[in-house]
Design a protein around this ligand. Structure first.
Ligand code: HEC
Length: 121
Protein backbone atom coordinates (compact mmCIF):
# COMPACT_ATOMS: atom_id res chain seq x y z
CA UNK A 1 0.00 0.00 0.00
CA UNK A 2 2.78 2.40 1.01
CA UNK A 3 4.67 1.50 -2.16
CA UNK A 4 1.71 2.28 -4.38
CA UNK A 5 1.29 5.65 -2.73
CA UNK A 6 4.96 6.48 -3.24
CA UNK A 7 4.74 5.46 -6.88
CA UNK A 8 1.67 7.62 -7.44
CA UNK A 9 3.29 10.53 -5.63
CA UNK A 10 6.47 10.29 -7.73
CA UNK A 11 4.39 10.16 -10.89
CA UNK A 12 2.55 13.35 -9.90
CA UNK A 13 5.80 15.14 -9.10
CA UNK A 14 7.24 14.00 -12.42
CA UNK A 15 4.20 15.18 -14.41
CA UNK A 16 4.08 18.45 -12.49
CA UNK A 17 7.61 19.25 -13.52
CA UNK A 18 6.74 19.14 -17.24
CA UNK A 19 4.79 22.42 -17.25
CA UNK A 20 6.45 25.47 -18.73
CA UNK A 21 4.47 28.68 -18.56
CA UNK A 22 6.66 30.81 -20.76
CA UNK A 23 8.28 30.73 -24.16
CA UNK A 24 11.98 30.02 -23.83
CA UNK A 25 13.17 31.60 -27.09
CA UNK A 26 16.77 32.70 -26.79
CA UNK A 27 15.82 36.36 -26.85
CA UNK A 28 12.81 36.13 -24.57
CA UNK A 29 13.18 38.46 -21.64
CA UNK A 30 11.76 37.08 -18.42
CA UNK A 31 8.54 35.21 -17.90
CA UNK A 32 4.88 36.09 -18.44
CA UNK A 33 4.41 36.70 -14.75
CA UNK A 34 6.98 39.44 -14.27
CA UNK A 35 6.17 41.88 -17.08
CA UNK A 36 3.87 43.99 -14.97
CA UNK A 37 1.06 44.23 -17.56
CA UNK A 38 -2.30 42.50 -16.94
CA UNK A 39 -2.16 39.19 -18.89
CA UNK A 40 -4.58 38.78 -21.78
CA UNK A 41 -4.92 42.50 -22.54
CA UNK A 42 -4.16 43.76 -26.08
CA UNK A 43 -1.17 45.66 -24.64
CA UNK A 44 0.13 42.50 -22.97
CA UNK A 45 -0.15 40.43 -26.14
CA UNK A 46 1.55 43.11 -28.22
CA UNK A 47 4.28 43.71 -25.65
CA UNK A 48 5.13 39.99 -25.74
CA UNK A 49 5.57 40.16 -29.53
CA UNK A 50 7.77 43.24 -29.37
CA UNK A 51 9.70 41.67 -26.49
CA UNK A 52 10.41 38.56 -28.56
CA UNK A 53 11.26 40.22 -31.86
CA UNK A 54 12.41 43.75 -31.08
CA UNK A 55 13.70 44.08 -27.54
CA UNK A 56 17.05 42.48 -28.28
CA UNK A 57 17.88 45.90 -29.79
CA UNK A 58 15.17 48.30 -28.55
CA UNK A 59 14.74 47.22 -24.92
CA UNK A 60 16.68 50.14 -23.47
CA UNK A 61 13.98 52.51 -24.65
CA UNK A 62 10.90 50.31 -24.99
CA UNK A 63 10.89 47.89 -22.08
CA UNK A 64 9.56 50.53 -19.67
CA UNK A 65 6.52 51.31 -21.84
CA UNK A 66 4.00 49.31 -19.82
CA UNK A 67 0.88 51.38 -20.46
CA UNK A 68 -0.91 52.31 -23.68
CA UNK A 69 -0.24 55.97 -22.93
CA UNK A 70 3.50 55.35 -22.63
CA UNK A 71 3.56 53.89 -26.15
CA UNK A 72 1.53 56.80 -27.51
CA UNK A 73 3.72 59.36 -25.74
CA UNK A 74 6.87 57.69 -27.11
CA UNK A 75 5.68 58.39 -30.66
CA UNK A 76 6.18 54.72 -31.68
CA UNK A 77 2.43 54.26 -31.80
CA UNK A 78 -0.17 56.64 -33.27
CA UNK A 79 -3.37 56.47 -31.23
CA UNK A 80 -6.00 54.48 -33.16
CA UNK A 81 -3.94 54.32 -36.36
CA UNK A 82 -1.71 51.30 -36.84
CA UNK A 83 -1.08 52.15 -40.48
CA UNK A 84 0.67 55.41 -39.62
CA UNK A 85 2.44 54.08 -36.52
CA UNK A 86 6.20 53.83 -36.76
CA UNK A 87 6.14 50.32 -35.27
CA UNK A 88 4.28 49.39 -38.47
CA UNK A 89 5.87 51.56 -41.15
CA UNK A 90 9.36 50.39 -40.15
CA UNK A 91 8.47 46.71 -40.46
CA UNK A 92 10.16 44.66 -43.16
CA UNK A 93 6.65 43.27 -43.83
CA UNK A 94 5.68 46.72 -45.16
CA UNK A 95 8.84 47.86 -46.94
CA UNK A 96 10.87 48.89 -43.88
CA UNK A 97 13.86 47.08 -42.40
CA UNK A 98 12.64 45.99 -38.94
CA UNK A 99 13.37 43.73 -37.29
CA UNK A 100 17.00 43.74 -38.37
CA UNK A 101 18.61 40.28 -38.58
CA UNK A 102 18.97 37.87 -36.92
CA UNK A 103 15.38 38.35 -35.72
CA UNK A 104 12.65 36.87 -37.91
CA UNK A 105 10.05 39.20 -39.42
CA UNK A 106 6.65 39.34 -37.75
CA UNK A 107 4.17 36.67 -38.73
CA UNK A 108 0.80 37.76 -40.16
CA UNK A 109 -0.84 36.80 -36.87
CA UNK A 110 1.62 38.96 -34.94
CA UNK A 111 0.97 41.91 -37.26
CA UNK A 112 -2.78 41.51 -36.72
CA UNK A 113 -2.32 41.44 -32.93
CA UNK A 114 -0.41 44.72 -33.08
CA UNK A 115 -2.98 46.15 -35.51
CA UNK A 116 -5.95 45.45 -33.28
CA UNK A 117 -4.09 46.82 -30.23
CA UNK A 118 -3.17 50.14 -31.87
CA UNK A 119 -6.44 50.58 -33.77
CA UNK A 120 -8.31 49.99 -30.53
CA UNK A 121 -6.50 52.72 -28.60
C1 HEC B 1 19.05 43.57 -34.54
C2 HEC B 1 18.63 44.85 -34.00
C3 HEC B 1 17.22 45.33 -34.19
C4 HEC B 1 16.05 44.63 -34.05
C5 HEC B 1 15.88 43.16 -33.70
C6 HEC B 1 14.98 45.56 -34.28
N1 HEC B 1 15.48 46.79 -34.54
FE1 HEC B 1 14.42 48.48 -34.90
N2 HEC B 1 16.15 49.53 -35.15
C7 HEC B 1 17.42 49.02 -35.04
C8 HEC B 1 18.39 50.06 -35.36
C9 HEC B 1 19.89 49.89 -35.34
C10 HEC B 1 17.64 51.23 -35.67
C11 HEC B 1 18.14 52.59 -36.09
C12 HEC B 1 18.76 52.57 -37.46
C13 HEC B 1 17.80 52.17 -38.55
O1 HEC B 1 16.72 52.79 -38.68
O2 HEC B 1 18.13 51.24 -39.33
C14 HEC B 1 16.23 50.87 -35.52
C15 HEC B 1 15.20 51.74 -35.71
C16 HEC B 1 13.87 51.43 -35.53
C17 HEC B 1 12.77 52.37 -35.61
C18 HEC B 1 12.89 53.86 -35.93
C19 HEC B 1 13.50 54.61 -34.78
C20 HEC B 1 12.63 54.57 -33.54
O3 HEC B 1 13.18 54.22 -32.47
O4 HEC B 1 11.43 54.85 -33.63
C21 HEC B 1 11.62 51.69 -35.36
C22 HEC B 1 10.21 52.22 -35.29
C23 HEC B 1 12.00 50.30 -35.16
N3 HEC B 1 13.35 50.17 -35.25
C24 HEC B 1 11.10 49.30 -34.94
C25 HEC B 1 11.45 47.98 -34.71
C26 HEC B 1 10.48 46.94 -34.48
C27 HEC B 1 8.97 47.13 -34.45
C28 HEC B 1 11.18 45.80 -34.28
C29 HEC B 1 10.63 44.42 -34.03
C30 HEC B 1 9.62 43.92 -34.92
C31 HEC B 1 12.59 46.13 -34.39
N4 HEC B 1 12.72 47.47 -34.65
C32 HEC B 1 13.63 45.23 -34.24
C33 HEC B 1 17.75 47.74 -34.68
C34 HEC B 1 16.85 46.70 -34.49
Amino acid sequence: MKKKFLLLFSLLVFLGSCGQDYNSNYNDRGTYADIGIPPGTPLYNSYKILQNKCFSCHAAKWQDFKTNQAWIDSGEVTKGSFDTSSIKTNLVNFGGSMPLPPNASLTDAEVETLRSWVNGL
